[in-house]
Ligand binder design. Structure first.
Ligand code: NAP
Length: 268
């Protein structure tokens, strides 16, 4: 999607995938400076460790505990997180305004941290349910300390139904439903899914997940993972180039890749 965006704006730039071994992250980052890169995206397993090698880390990235975007600025390496921006933009483009609403987030990994930070930063109340409650507790404690006035709590998996009744938005931030286990949903089949909810699944491989099928079956709103994927990229694009990202070009390119390639070849 970045290469399609560069081409559409006539920029003679190129986006490459460069695998880096964990022990060589520092070297790889210094290499960006020497090679004249404008920036980079960082993905698993480097999103946290990368922070130790940067000259500056943005406030949101520090709070979330992960950098997914590096910008080369005046000979220095700056780290930002655009996942949270992408999540908010995706909700809004789908017609859901999260400010002041109630969110129920499933998961407490990297993506969940970005989602909970995003919701807290616009004043939404958030309940987090995760397989391991301790991990959810740790995440909520950490984020509550970083976002002034954040209303965050941990919910028990056993009371998912009650939490959903009082929520406006349900977000799947677990990999449940991702290829190859596409029949799996994080929402228990025996539990009625409230139809008033907007349901957002971060999984984008496939885009139509078992959870979104459950949502559609009861007439709830359904937001797939493509919007966040594209919008986090669009935010990074703007940071690197200073240009307004051609979001529709990026969306078409990403969708083309997601639907053209065999699912097995896509990374989570
Ligand atoms: P992660 O850091 O590995 O976290 C995974 C979370 O899911 C953990 O809280 C884990 O619970 C829970 N989980 C994993 N397997 C489970 C299972 N079998 N049953 C119940 N809970 C389970 O992963 P992540 O990086 O946050 O990514 C999560 C998903 O979001 C992935 O599918 C990824 O592709 C997607 N994502 C999408 C976008 C986008 O732009 N659309 C961006 C980022 C991520 P425990 O804590 O108990 O282990």
């Amino acid at each position: 999607m970045h290469n399609a965006a560069f081409a559409s704006l006539g920029l003679d730039w190129c986006y490459l995938a460069l695998p880096v071994e964990p022990g060589r992250l520092g070297e790889a980052l210094r290499g960006l400076l020497a090679l004249g890169f404008a920036g980079a995206n960082v993905t698993v397993p480097h999103k946290r460790e990368v922070m130790a090698h940067l000259d500056l880390v943005g406030e949101a990235a520090r709070a979330i505990g992960a950098v997914n975007t590096v910008i080369v600025r005046e000979g220095q390496l700056w780290g930002e997180n655009t996942d949270w921006l992408g999540f908010l933009a995706a909700l809004r483009e789908a017609g859901f305004e999260p400010a002041g609403r109630r969110g129920l987030v499933l998961g407490a990994g990297g993506a969940a941290r970005a989602v909970v930070y995003a919701l807290a930063s616009v004043g939404a109340e958030v309940t987090v349910c995760n397989r391991s409650a301790e991990r959810a507790e740790e995440m909520v404690r950490g984020l509550a300390g970083s976002v002034p006035g954040a209303a965050l709590r941990v919910g028990a998996m056993e009371s998912l139904g009650e939490a959903a009744q009082v929520a406006d938005l349900l977000v799947n931030a677990t990999p449940l439903g991702m290829w190859p286990e596409t029949g799996v949903s994080p929402w228990p089949a025996a539990l009625p899914l409230p139809s008033h909810l907007a349901v957002c699944d971060l999984v984008y491989n496939p885009l139509q997940t078992a959870l979104l099928a459950q949502a559609q079956a009861v007439g709830a709103g359904a937001v797939d993972g493509l919007g966040m994927l594209v919008q986090q990229g669009a935010a990074a694009f703007e940071m690197w180039t200073g240009r307004r990202p051609p979001v529709e070009v990026m969306r078409r390119a990403a969708l083309g890749q997601l639907t053209r390639r065999p699912a097995a070849r896509l990374r989570g």
